[in-house]
Design a protein around this ligand. Structure first.
Ligand SMILES: *[C@@H]1O[C@H](CO)[C@@H](O)[C@H](O)[C@H]1NC(C)=O
Length: 391
């Protein structure tokens, strides 16, 4: 009899191990990070059970646009693609829209770059700056009320994002004067520039990586953290181990608490999570990102340099890993409630499809338009002349 018990216990063990294996394997297939599922499986329920977002009442949604994460497209979706967002747009080339609580209401519920005034909280504010500015902006506009402010953002695989920011800078663009506040002053203003003069001439990836004050490094982490609470020096933030840990844990907290975040690599899942989170619906489906030209570029970059980029963005790598975990938890939370989403293919006339002309320019890393290209040439010429005079 005793021997029989031992055999039953042994067999039960085998079954448990097998079930565990099947469970882990099936999670892996959905892109979960197996090792840490247990530590965070309460986030989704904690947030979503209470949300009940209602644009007709006192909710306000504000978007944290981190550079080169697909934010521009997302903001366009918000203002021109919501079925029930009550957005009224002006006839202009770039979207310029106000999204009202109802057809009759004069009060807006959405704060993003494409409302009036444009960038109401300044250029690319980080989460902490936006969390101060949004309430101020709305209260100034509509008076003191018991609002609820909710935030959202998009994240992207960090190496791709960093290289995309580098390419953007190489095209002569910058985000000078971005509205990031650190202890009451401009964050940028408190850090030395990476270059002399008006424009970063002859920029290479090596130079971009070597600058210790470059805000591109771990941008997603610091923008979702709160630099005012840690340090206003980019160099210290990026090198002091205890600062780095504080940045990362604060950014993880933001990810766990923020009402919405999507991932550039998962546009359709991001659309689903957004729609279910807020009870809003998009007309045209989100599209897979066209990253062909970026991939061609990345494949051509020396492997050692890619390793350096990875090292430079190690906080973002960890944050992204964590975000992916939380994201798919939220996704499955909604799948459990509403079933799997029916993904639709975008129509060929979609307003969100990248035009061939633009694709070609991106591939060659040229500014958006011929006019912008001319401006860039002039700026480069002027800067070279200035430097020649100085020497
Ligand atoms: C960021 O830190 C500052 C300074 O400690 C604080 O006043 C502010 O409320 C914080 N913002 C957020 C969003 O945590």
């Amino acid at each position: 009899m005793a021997r029989f018990k031992v055999i039953v216990i042994f067999l039960s063990f085998l079954v448990i191990i097998w079930l565990g294996y099947v469970y882990i394997y099936s999670n892996e297939k959905f892109g979960y990070l197996v090792s840490s599922t247990s530590s965070s499986n309460t986030y989704s329920s904690k947030i979503y059970q209470k949300l009940n977002f209602d644009i007709s009442k006192n909710d306000v949604f504000s978007f944290v646009h981190i550079q080169k994460t697909g934010g521009t497209t997302m903001e366009k979706h918000l203002v021109i693609n919501l079925k029930n967002g009550n957005c009224k747009c002006e006839q202009s080339k770039k979207p310029s829209c106000m999204c009202y609580r109802s057809v009759e209401s004069k009060e807006i519920w959405l704060v993003c770059r494409y409302i009036q005034p444009k960038w109401p909280c300044g250029l690319h504010p980080d989460y902490a700056s936006l969390a101060t500015c949004t309430p101020d902006f709305i209260r100034k506009k509509h008076g003191q009320k018991n609002y609820r402010f909710l935030y959202g953002t998009l994240l992207r695989e960090p190496v791709d994002r960093y290289l995309s920011e580098f390419r953007h800078r190489q095209r002569g663009a910058s985000w000078e004067g971005s509205a990031i506040n650190c202890k009451g002053k401009s964050f940028e203003g408190q850090n030395p520039r990476c270059y002399d003069g008006e424009i970063w001439l002859d920029l290479t990836l090596e130079k971009f990586l070597a600058c210790p004050h470059n805000l591109a490094a771990n941008r997603q982490t610091w923008m979702l953290s709160n630099v005012s609470d840690i340090s206003c020096s980019v160099k210290s933030l990026m090198t002091k181990v205890n600062y780095q840990q504080r940045l990362l844990s604060r950014a993880k907290q933001t990810i766990s608490e923020i009402a919405f975040f999507g991932l550039l690599e998962y546009p359709r899942e991001s659309q689903f999570v957004f729609e279910k989170t807020f009870g809003l619906e998009f007309d045209e489906p989100f599209q897979l990102w066209d990253t062909g030209f970026a991939k061609v570029y990345i494949d051509g970059v020396n492997k050692e340099l890619i390793e350096k980029v990875k090292k430079k963005n190690s906080l973002d790598a960890e944050l992204y890993k964590f975000a992916k975990l939380v994201f798919f938890e939220r996704y499955h939370y909604f799948v459990t409630l509403y079933g799997h989403p029916k993904f639709r293919a975008p129509s060929s006339e979609s307003r969100f499809t990248l035009k061939d002309k633009k694709k070609r320019r991106l591939k060659e890393n040229l500014p958006k338009s011929k006019a912008k290209q001319e401006t860039l040439k002039r700026r480069i010429k002027a800067e070279r002349a200035r430097q020649a005079e100085e020497n």
